[in-house]
Design a protein. Structure first.
Length: 60
């Protein structure tokens, strides 16, 4: 895992490093949000997904 994807230790107001449990809860919340977005995308009709995929990919 790269350092870019690891949240920084401690918050701006806390002054103390975050505990492991708090870090895991934040990562799980972010994962849950990503999975919810993926699920919503997969629930769309295939034609809408194909159109959306073409918009995201640059043409050569």
């Amino acid at each position: 895992m790269s350092e870019e994807s690891v949240p920084p230790q401690g918050g701006p107001s806390s002054g103390q490093p975050k505990g492991l449990l708090q870090q895991m809860e934040e990562l799980m919340a972010a994962l849950n949000a990503d999975l919810s977005a993926l699920d919503a995308d997969l629930q769309r009709p295939p034609r809408e997904r194909a159109d959306r995929g073409r918009e995201a990919r640059p043409r050569p």
